[in-house]
Design a protein around this ligand. Structure first.
Ligand SMILES: Cc1ncc(COP(=O)(O)O)c(C=O)c1O
Length: 505
């Protein structure tokens, strides 16, 4: 990979070449290519070369603004356009939009671009909060579909084919269908038939593939949503590929999405000064994967297999959860490991804390699992460290006495109201006009409508959103999560057992 050869990573290369000229800046940003950081180091002697501020100063050399040579994300015509085209070709899209606000900004923009106020759309219920927020901003009516639960793992996937079929049949006026695949835990459904079905109604399929930016990049990995015909696909490149946090992509294929409208909405939702460092990291991630991805994936998969075989052979109380292999329609991301204590003495949150004791930081925990994201740069040494740590945690588990396990199947958290497969259309509004609100004890809230979004994070799937009826099962799930130490976003009272509800409902 010749990084200085324009055309390999056009945006990255272009910015590097521009930085090499040592251009005199009379424009924003205020650090002036990192000059102020270097000056601080020089003047105070408090920080040395090699300190983080020094690294920041280096990075700031490519932290530029829209100049005649650096192009403009919101009206790309030069090196950003070229970089996006290269990404589109690599990921199999017709058009790719670089995102500097994560998949969040992509989800908001694509929803706003696919429907008008009052339109009806079909959405799987277990979605990231950005989808709910997108629906609110768009002011659409949403028919929520309950997902299937994979039997071995107890985790939610996408709605069943028959649920989707019934919903499409019932709501022929639907303007779009939104699915999330894979889920946070690396479980995914083969979407080809779903997409064929939705297209038979000439409706666009939007797939939130935030956790699957690496899907389809090797024959050993599950196929990507683009490969099976999705119209719009949002990927958090920063999650599983080597891009910086917040750097993501929105891919479009076919003609069901209006590109001008999308470009306009992205410009409305994202900063008018998008970070060149983030954008360049997207270009670089794509270029590195194109050059070395196949080799890296193969090396990593080999090491992951070694770890899996070791865990299976060692016959420890710690096990790896695999999906039901007879389920032909399901895939499991080999880069995501679901680790659990088969004796039920430790729940997922405790396992996470155990790993942290040994300086191993996992992605997230559920009542049952510690979820590990394995990266492409994994080495034999990392695998050895994981094996040693698993043995140490096994010892801690063996010393722990049994008590009533939290994660019997009945206590599995499903993050949704499961009452109906296909909800009645719900009008999503930016500001709910339900009248006044009050904060009451969770136990007293059953049957009331929630006045707030309750979002355990991770995974960021709202267990309740504004206007949803609070059921006994939801109450129980919130209590179990709180007990086990789950974190909630944006809510201060839920952890002390209180919730805000609308008074007049
Ligand atoms: C399914 C899903 N979609 C979207 C997002 C938002 O992604 P980002 O953090 O890139 O904005 C997340 C984040 O965790 C997610 O899990």
């Amino acid at each position: 990979l010749k990084m200085n050869n324009m055309g390999v990573a056009p945006l990255w290369d272009g910015l590097m070449q521009f930085a090499k000229q040592e251009p005199a800046s009379y424009h924003v940003p205020g650090h002036r290519h990192g000059q102020l950081y270097r000056q601080y180091i020089h003047e105070t002697g408090l920080l040395k070369q090699g300190d983080v501020i020094d690294a920041l100063a280096e990075l700031a050399r490519i932290d530029v603004t829209e100049l005649s040579v650096t192009d403009d994300l919101h009206e790309p015509a030069g090196m950003i356009k070229e970089a996006q085209q290269k990404a589109a070709t690599y990921f199999g899209a017709d058009h790719t939009f670089f995102l500097v606000g994560g998949s969040t900004s992509g989800n908001l923009a694509i929803i706003l671009s696919s429907c008008n106020v009052g339109d009806l759309i079909i959405v799987q219920r277990n979605v990231h909060k950005s989808i709910i927020n997108g629906c609110k901003l768009a002011g659409v009516e949403v028919v929520f579909l309950s997902p299937d639960v994979e039997q071995m793992t107890g985790l939610m996937t996408v709605p069943s084919f028959s649920t989707l079929e019934a919903a499409l049949h019932q709501y022929t006026e639907a303007k779009a269908v939104i699915l999330t695949n894979p889920n946070y835990y690396g479980l995914s459904v083969k979407l080809e038939h779903y997409i064929e079905l939705i297209h038979s109604y000439n409706i666009p399929v939007i797939v939130d593939e935030a956790h699957g930016a690496h899907y389809g990049l090797h024959t050993s990995l599950p196929q990507s949503a683009l490969q099976v015909g999705a119209d719009a696909v949002v990927q958090s490149t920063h999650k599983t590929l080597p891009a910086l946090t917040m750097a993501a992509m929105l891919h479009i294929k076919g003609s069901r999405i209006n590109l001008d409208r999308l470009q306009h909405n992205l410009a409305m939702l994202e900063s008018s000064s998008p970070s060149y460092v983030l954008m360049a990291s997207l270009d670089l991630a794509r270029a590195l994967m194109e050059h070395k991805g196949k080799e890296w994936i193969e090396q990593a998969l080999q090491l992951i297999e070694e770890l899996i075989n070791w865990i299976n052979k060692a016959d420890l109380c710690i096990k790896l959860q695999q999906i039901d292999k007879s389920e032909q329609d399901l895939d499991q991301d080999p880069f995501r490991l679901l680790i659990y204590d088969s004796t039920t003495r430790m729940d997922g949150f405790e396992l996470q804390r155990e790993f942290e004791k040994y300086n191993i930081w996992v992605e997230m925990a559920t009542t049952q699992y510690a979820v590990l994201v394995i990266h492409l740069s994994i080495t034999e040494k990392d695998i050895t460290q994981l094996k040693e740590t698993i043995l140490k945690i096994t010892k801690s588990i063996e010393q722990k006495c049994y008590f009533n396990g939290h994660h019997s199947p009945s206590n599995r958290i499903h993050y949704i109201n499961e009452a109906t497969q296909i909800s009645l259309p719900m009008k999503m509004e930016r500001y709910k006009q339900y009248g006044s609100k009050k904060t009451i004890l969770l136990d007293a809230a059953i049957g009331a409508k929630s006045a707030e979004m309750i979002v355990p994070y991770p995974p960021g799937i709202p267990i309740l959103f504004e206007g949803e009826t609070i059921t006994a099962s939801i109450c129980e799930q919130i209590k179990v999560l709180t007990q086990l130490g789950a974190r909630f976003q944006g809510n201060t009272t839920i952890e002390v057992g209180e919730i805000e509800v609308f008074m007049n409902d």
